[in-house]
Ligand binder design. Structure first.
Ligand SMILES: [Zn+2]
Length: 352
């Protein structure tokens, strides 16, 4: 009888405890969805990701255990004509300092550090540029990422040198080894300075669709971005000459106000192509011919000038740096920022 009583009590205890044991998991997922900010980014926390090809850390990101993942990843860097092997964290310090204003929010700088690390890993994995077959990366922003030397950093930062140095170092170290992954691999993490309020699909800029480089809303505007709206005036005669050199079939014999036809625009309001003198001209061609800051422009003839009104700066694909800072000011963390601009990705730890 006593045994039966004990068994019944044990059974009741188990029935009572089982739902309690299940609670922590439910609570965690609830907290996750509460954390989403509107427009809701995919809630993604740094996580270790299994991959077949490269070593993956079992350490939680930003763990203080030494040595860091970045210190274990070396980069063959072409700098001043020679190839130097430098650790990833040292390389990233100079890249983040060059690519983003150090006055930006720490979470924006951390997003930049992860994007720059991912971009470098992508380049390393996919083989070097033909410009430098024996170096993974170079310091030319037109080929790889921008890079600033100590001397130029001193000039640029002046009295804020120590504060900014500490902030950029923190952005790199707090994201140690973290990369943006799609299908378990580092992505081609392209970024730009400011969009026109919406980022651009990769296929509309470079021709090939990339699933994680789609078009998303971006919150920067003229109040937060210097020269967000810019104007380029080109004398009519100079415009005519430049177009005829590049497009000899264009008919620019009539009045300049009649040269321009319909412009095809993307959802991001960028000019895909516009008819000039009866010939289709890519927005990107006009951008390079006349030094426009982006392809988000309108064009008109005013007196003796062809006038471009341009919005934003850069190709518009991937993360907008000013947009990242605007989101950081709204309270988004670097993971929310990155998984918004690179849709369908996760952040995971990675070393070469
Ligand atoms: Zn390069």
């Amino acid at each position: 009888m006593k045994h039966i009583l004990v068994a019944v009590i044990l059974l009741l205890l188990m029935l009572f405890l089982m739902p309690l044991l299940a609670l922590p998991a439910d609570t965690a997922s609830g907290a996750n969805s509460d954390a989403a900010v509107s427009p809701a980014p995919t809630a993604t926390l740094p996580a270790d990701v299994s991959t077949n090809s490269l070593a993956v850390s079992s350490q939680p990101p930003a763990a203080s255990a030494a040595p860091s993942l970045d210190a274990q990843t070396s980069v063959r860097l072409l700098i001043n004509g020679t190839i130097r092997t430098v650790p990833m964290d040292e390389y990233l310090f100079h890249v983040v300092a060059a690519e983003m204003p150090a006055s930006f929010e720490l979470e924006a700088l951390k997003a930049q550090a992860i994007a720059a690390r991912t971009y470098a890993l992508y380049k390393i994995q996919n083989g070097p540029s033909p410009n430098h077959p024996n170096a993974d990366l170079c310091t030319n922003s037109n080929c790889c990422s921008a890079y600033i030397t100590e001397a130029k950093m001193k000039q640029a930062w002046g009295a804020s040198l120590e504060e900014y140095r500490a902030k950029v170092l923190q952005a790199v170290s707090e994201t140690d080894g973290q990369a943006i992954l799609y299908n378990g691999q580092p992505i081609n993490a392209v970024f730009h300075s400011s969009s026109s309020g919406t980022t651009e699909k990769a296929e509309l800029v470079w021709g090939a669709a990339v699933p994680y480089l789609s078009s998303v809303f971006s919150p920067e505007n003229g109040e937060t971005v210097p020269n967000f709206e810019s104007t380029v005036k080109v004398p009519v005669a100079q415009f005519r000459l430049a177009i005829l050199q590049a497009y000899p079939d264009a008919d620019l014999s009539g009045s300049p106000s009649q040269w321009f036809g319909k412009a095809d625009r993307s959802r991001a309001d960028r000019v895909l192509r516009i008819f000039i003198g009866g010939v289709p001209v890519a927005g990107s061609s006009l951008r390079s011919l006349f030094g426009l800051r982006s392809t988000a422009f309108s064009v008109s003839v005013q007196g003796n000038n062809v006038v471009f009104q341009v919005t934003g700066y850069g190709h518009g694909v991937g993360m907008s740096q000013y947009g990242a800072n605007a989101y950081a000011l709204q309270g988004w963390n670097c993971y929310e920022i990155l998984t918004w601009y690179y849709q369908g990705t996760i952040i995971g730890s990675w070393k070469r």
